[in-house]
Design a protein around this ligand. Structure first.
Ligand SMILES: [Zn+2]
Length: 385
């Protein structure tokens, strides 16, 4: 587009990639501060909203900050200068800078955070570690011949029938529909209060994601010529091909765990790594999950991977990799929460710069994590033993 996009233009595009409805229930994603109608000429991308990020946005005349982690997670009682979150929200509002968060919906998106982490570590043939269950419906709708093309197109435009990288997937069969218009109807075919009519119809079947159901059903009602649209909408049990968590892939060449740890540390710019595993193990199949992914330790083990890279792993969770004899069944590697997700800034920058080339997209120059690693020198003396 020639003119500057609005914040809404940008967030609508992001929502199509990472639908807010695919976020986890506890999450709070979307526009957190600001006016969606404001134009965007410049924006800052950061893992977290911090005072330093806001200062960068002000210095570069940015109208928008996009973060992975939401600033507003718990309800606030007021937007005041008291407390870190409330005060920062107030400062964003006073500066007239929008704040948008794309969190677990970006984790769940194809080519989202975990896919980017997998690529960074050199994995290929990347897929979801844990595809979402129970998030799909099948819509079967009965359409008269003369409206078949327009209804099928409207469903596709509304996002129905997306399977993997394919769009507009649908299946149609021909048949005959029967109906008897009531005396108060306004039928497309036949007359009110008339006899049983029949019409050549097609049954169109499409897959619909749970978070897209409202949009698809509204588009169907709009496009379908019948006063009463006949359709079936039912849940289906297969795994969603376009939403899940974590990523799974393999290295081009197997390598010793020691070398893989070195690669993880170097490519994620991690000063130290915590891990469990046999140092002489060979790593080829690898699972990853950006951020706190210890919920999937069992899934990764079940998938038979040699190593699982995630963050926020607790002491006791490291025991989950051991078999009955205490032998590690896979390596579990924790480079740190920030370290596994900082690449989200570049991921968003590349994606947005591609689609909105007129906007200046800045990746933050700051490290937004408040955590630091301290390596003791030993000068202060050791405890008596
Ligand atoms: Zn995170």
């Amino acid at each position: 587009m020639d003119h500057s996009p609005s914040i809404a233009d940008v967030t609508t595009a992001l929502d199509a990639w990472a639908p807010p409805g695919s976020a986890q229930d506890y999450d709070n994603v979307g526009l957190q501060v600001g006016d969606a109608d404001r134009p965007v000429t410049s924006a800052v991308l950061a893992l977290d909203a911090t005072p330093e990020v806001l200062a960068e946005a002000e210095a570069s005349d940015a109208e928008l900050v996009v973060t992975h982690h939401p600033l507003l997670f718990q309800p606030l009682e007021g937007i005041t200068a008291d407390g870190y979150v409330s005060n920062l929200a107030l400062q964003f509002a006073e500066a007239g800078i929008g704040l948008y968060s794309i969190h677990t919906n970006l984790d769940a998106a194809p080519d989202g955070v975990s896919f980017a982490l997998a690529e960074r570590l050199g994995l290929t043939d990347i897929g979801f570690l844990d595809g979402f269950e129970d998030t799909l419906y099948k819509l079967a709708v009965f359409v008269p011949e003369d409206a078949f093309d327009s209804v099928r197109q409207a469903l596709a435009d509304a996002g129905a029938g997306r399977i993997g990288d394919y769009e507009a997937c649908a299946f149609a069969t021909e048949g005959t529909g029967f109906f008897k218009p009531g005396s108060h109807t306004d039928p497309h075919i036949g007359t009110a209060g008339g006899e049983v009519e029949s019409a050549a119809e097609r049954k169109v079947e499409v897959e619909v994601a749970r978070w897209n159901r409202g949009t698809v059903m509204a588009a169907l009602q709009d496009a379908h010529p019948y006063e009463e649209v006949a359709y079936d909408l039912y849940p289906v049990k297969q795994t969603n091909s376009r939403a899940g968590l974590g990523a799974l892939g393999h290295l081009e060449e197997p390598m010793p765990l020691q070398a893989f740890l070195d690669r993880v540390g170097a490519r994620l710019d991690a000063g130290s790594l915590r891990y469990a595993g046999a140092p002489d193990a060979t790593v080829e199949r690898v699972a990853v999950c950006g951020g706190a992914g210890s919920d999937f330790i069992g899934t990764a083990r079940g998938a038979g991977v040699d190593a699982y890279v995630t963050a926020d792993v607790t002491y006791h969770e490291f025991f989950e990799v051991l078999d009955a004899d205490g032998t590690p069944q896979m390596a579990l590697i924790d480079p740190g929460h920030y370290e596994t997700e900082a690449l989200t800034e570049q991921l968003l920058r590349d994606w947005l710069a591609d689609r909105f080339p007129n906007v200046a997209w800045h990746r933050t120059d700051t490290t937004t994590s408040p955590m630091r690693t301290f390596v003791p020198s030993g000068d202060e003396g050791r405890a008596n033993s």
